[in-house]
Design a protein around this ligand. Structure first.
Ligand code: ADP
Ligand code: MG
Length: 363
């Protein structure tokens, strides 16, 4: 049986809390059955509001949400078959791990022997077999979040929602939990809608990422597409590191455009979101796409002055003043360390036009 490509469907959803300001605007988002989709964006961009509407704790102001092809506006939260892990959605502190996990099954009137089987299975999934009798207060933060993940999965939900579930954990633990959750998703194939403001987390875990800003989805793409082909300057700047140049299109063809920068220099770019001469644009270039001492055939070659050099273990970050931008970042792998990388030196830098993407300037 083929999977429902619109297993979760936000259809023209608006949300206003005060009847005036829309904090979610015309959200159209389809999530396939079994997919791991992350809503990524800065604080206040409307991510939690979207999850709350899907969970049933908030109602859309306009539009409809569908789950497995059924509109869910009139279905109360506990009947939607949705599991949840929230940073502030704590375990029941007075119940053991077993009781916490059995709870969602008891309310669904599952028989005791089946509850025991399901609890065993889900505990082994989160590597906590043997912890049944512990109280939450006797577990580390990471273990508690694993129990929370187990509790969201134990009743075989249609969808699991996770809102910044790793936000309270320290960096190393957070990274290992990212892989754990990703592997659990891969092994059971449940549909996951995940919320984070951490781009690394989103890139690591997701099949697709919806980048939110100001209540609107800016781009919905796979992690590599989002990184390699951001559609606008917000996405380009939010995901990964980015060098930018502002200017005006002076000559555009299908594959290339010439952009005259505010500094007066010209660069050759890839016309992603510009069509005609005279348009303002923001050109975006990933630091690792710029190289030192470019070959003659590269269509962008410019001299820059080194402003700062920072050693980063596996690579060196070099900040340049290039074409009037003194925040231009280069990343040089330390296997190719060079003597001439010193503050004050001038170096030649180049990149291919297709790597410098001419986008919509920021609104
Ligand atoms: P995010 O999760 O991306 O940080 P939220 O969905 O929490 O964003 O918030 C989006 C906007 O809606 C913010 O401006 C926030 O202040 C507002 N907001 C969120 N929840 C409520 C609420 N219960 N009542 C009124 N305004 C809210
Ligand atoms: Mg939030």
């Amino acid at each position: 049986m083929s999977k429902n490509q619109q297993y979760v469907r936000f259809d023209k959803v608006d949300k206003s809390y005060d009847g005036k300001v829309l904090v979610v605007k015309d959200l159209n988002l389809d999530i396939a059955e079994g997919e791991f989709v992350t809503m990524l964006g800065p604080s206040g961009s409307g991510k939690t509001t979207c999850l709350m509407m899907l969970a049933g704790f908030e109602t859309p102001t306009n539009g409809e949400i569908y789950l497995d092809s059924n509109p869910i506006s009139n279905i109360p939260p506990h009947k939607r078959g949705i599991g949840m892990v929230f940073q502030n959605y704590a375990l029941f502190p007075h119940m053991t791990v077993y009781e916490n996990l059995a709870f969602p099954l008891k309310v669904r009137k599952i028989p005791k022997d089946e509850i025991d089987k399901k609890v065993d299975k889900v505990l082994s999934m989160v590597s906590l077999t043997g912890f049944e009798k512990r109280m939450p207060g006797q577990l580390s933060g990471g273990q508690q979040q694993r129990v929370a993940v187990a509790r969201a999965l134990v009743f075989d939900p249609k969808v699991v929602l996770m809102d910044e579930p790793l936000g309270a954990l320290d960096k190393n633990l957070r990274e290992s939990m990212q892989y754990e959750i990703k592997h659990i998703h891969e092994s059971i194939g449940v549909t996951v809608v995940y919320v984070t403001h951490d781009q690394g987390e989103a890139l690591t875990m997701s099949n697709r990422i919806a980048v939110f800003n100001d209540g609107k989805v800016q781009q919905l793409s796979s992690p590599d597409e989002l990184y390699e082909a951001p559609v606008n300057s917000f996405v380009a700047e939010f995901i990964g590191e980015n060098n930018t140049f502002s200017g005006e299109v002076v000559d555009v063809s299908k594959e290339k455009c010439k952009v005259k920068l505010n500094s007066g220099n010209e660069i050759i770019a890839n016309p992603i979101r510009v069509k005609s001469n005279g348009e303002k644009t923001m050109v975006s270039l990933r630091p690792e796409r710029a190289i030192i001492n470019p070959e003659d055939k590269m269509d962008n070659k410019h001299k820059g002055k080194i402003e700062e050099v920072i050693y980063h273990g596996d690579h060196t970050r070099v900040r340049l003043n290039l074409l009037g931008n003194n925040e231009f970042i280069l990343k040089i792998p330390n296997s190719s360390a060079r003597m001439d990388i010193k503050v004050g030196n001038e170096i030649k830098v180049g990149w291919n036009s297709q790597d410098s993407r001419a986008l919509d300037p920021k609104q």
